[in-house]
Write a protein that binds this ligand. Structure first.
Ligand code: NAG
Ligand code: NAG
Length: 384
């Protein structure tokens, strides 16, 4: 095992968060074939946002009454915690009377830093990077305007498991007739309305099938702006297919069900250019070849004297490998490459990890800055 993997992974320098693809695309010019830059804010996006704004502001003259219980489900991140005031102080009063206390974690965190403004800016920058990296054009809300005559969102609608969202963009554009009616049917959740509009009859509130009708098309459309969907079947990373119909016409759209992505922000050293020491950890696994390992460490130190090196070691008679910024983890004898790699990676606390075999050598051409630059500027996860 230890010998056979060796040949097949020549210079597999893995820098990155998890997985990815290997691209040869470092170069001074910008006419690259693979353009992997994240894309936000294109002209199409601006056009779509403008359209959605108009769709949402239609019928704003028609009055409505808010349904408190549904509206409450929609409010997220809008509450503020305030500490209860201590009106009197008795011994053990905290045990006798429950007092609410609140602590602003953001302030508390920043207060402990020598340079809070710098930390704040830095976190904002990291968050921006994270958003660029995690963004996909499929997340963008698109509404199919009423050509068929149903109007509904075609993509970009997402609900957290067991939570509620307004379904934006529902509408009907039909020729004059006596009665206007639409139905919505879901499989993994139920419908409700966040507000009521006079002159619209709604059947099936709180159920998987809701039916809305009115003699006035504008009133029905106003009511459709307040239709909510609540996911009731816990199944993250799936989607509910919604059937939306009126007499003679049927359409389907999906609501994605999933948890929000929690942003990961890294401390990247706050210096001009890339601070390799705080961005990269070099990880390796060794067996039998301490002489080679020593050559590797010596070569790394010529170019990167302060980068942390993590060594997983499953030798039968381990020898201590010492030096500044070196961490050696002794494993049970012969645990193997995969276990060693997992152990080494588990000890990494920087944004990127560089995986090397113990017989690699750094030269003047081994420029981690170039690899980091690609990873920072694209959505790639791995560079070699
Ligand atoms: C809508 O649903 C109602 C009751 O569930 C049903 O009677 C009606 O036929 C449906 N309308 C359409 C257009 O499917
Ligand atoms: C790079 O980061 C390390 C550790 O975070 C820090 O000690 C060092 O001062 C930084 N170097 C520069 C040039 O900012």
């Amino acid at each position: 095992m230890h010998v056979s993997y060796k040949r097949c992974c020549k210079w597999v320098l893995v820098l990155g968060l998890l997985l990815g693809t290997l691209f040869h695309f470092w170069g001074p010019s910008s006419d690259l074939e693979e353009d992997l830059r994240p894309r936000r804010g294109s002209a199409i996006q601006a056009l779509l946002s403008g359209k959605i704004y108009h769709i949402m502001s239609d019928y704003s003259e028609i009055p409505y009454k808010v349904k408190e219980n549904v509206a409450r489900e929609l409010a997220q991140n809008t509450c503020i915690c305030l500490a209860g005031e201590e009106t009197f102080h008795l011994p053990f009063s905290d045990l006798l009377f429950h007092r609410v206390w609140a602590h602003n974690l953001q302030h508390a965190f920043l207060e402990t830093r020598p340079d809070p403004d710098n930390v704040k800016n830095h976190r904002a920058e990291e968050y921006h990077h994270f958003q660029k990296r995690s963004y996909s054009p499929v997340d963008m809300l698109i509404i199919a305007e009423a050509n068929n005559p149903l109007q509904y969102p075609t993509q970009g609608l997402e609900v957290q498991p067991l939570k509620t969202v307004i379904i934006p963009g529902l509408g009907l554009r039909q020729e004059d007739r006596g009665n206007y009616m639409v139905n919505l049917t879901a499989t993994l959740g139920v419908f409700d309305i966040a507000a009521t509009v006079d002159g619209v009859s709604v059947k099936g509130v709180g159920e998987k099938h809701i039916s809305l009708s009115s003699l006035v098309q504008a009133a029905l459309n106003r009511q459709l702006q307040f239709v909510t969907y609540t996911n009731t079947v816990f199944h993250p990373k799936t989607a509910d297919s919604i059937q939306f119909e009126t007499e003679g016409h049927q359409s389907f759209f999906t609501i994605k069900v999933g948890h929000r992505v929690v942003p990961k922000l890294y401390n990247s050293g706050q210096s001009e250019g890339y601070n390799i020491t705080s961005l990269v950890t070099i990880a390796t696994k060794t067996f039998l070849r301490y002489d080679k390992l020593k050559d590797l460490i010596d070569s790394i130190r010529q170019f990167y004297p302060t980068v942390t090196i993590v060594i997983a070691d499953d030798n039968e008679h381990p020898q201590p490998v010492t030096g500044p910024h070196i961490e050696q983890y002794i494993m049970p004898f012969g645990k193997g490459w995969f276990a060693g790699r997992n152990l080494a990676v588990s000890q990494v606390s920087t944004k990127y990890v560089l995986w090397v075999d113990d017989d690699f050598i750094f030269t003047a051409n081994t420029q981690l800055e170039k690899m980091v630059d690609i990873l920072e500027k694209t959505t790639l996860d791995l560079v070699s």
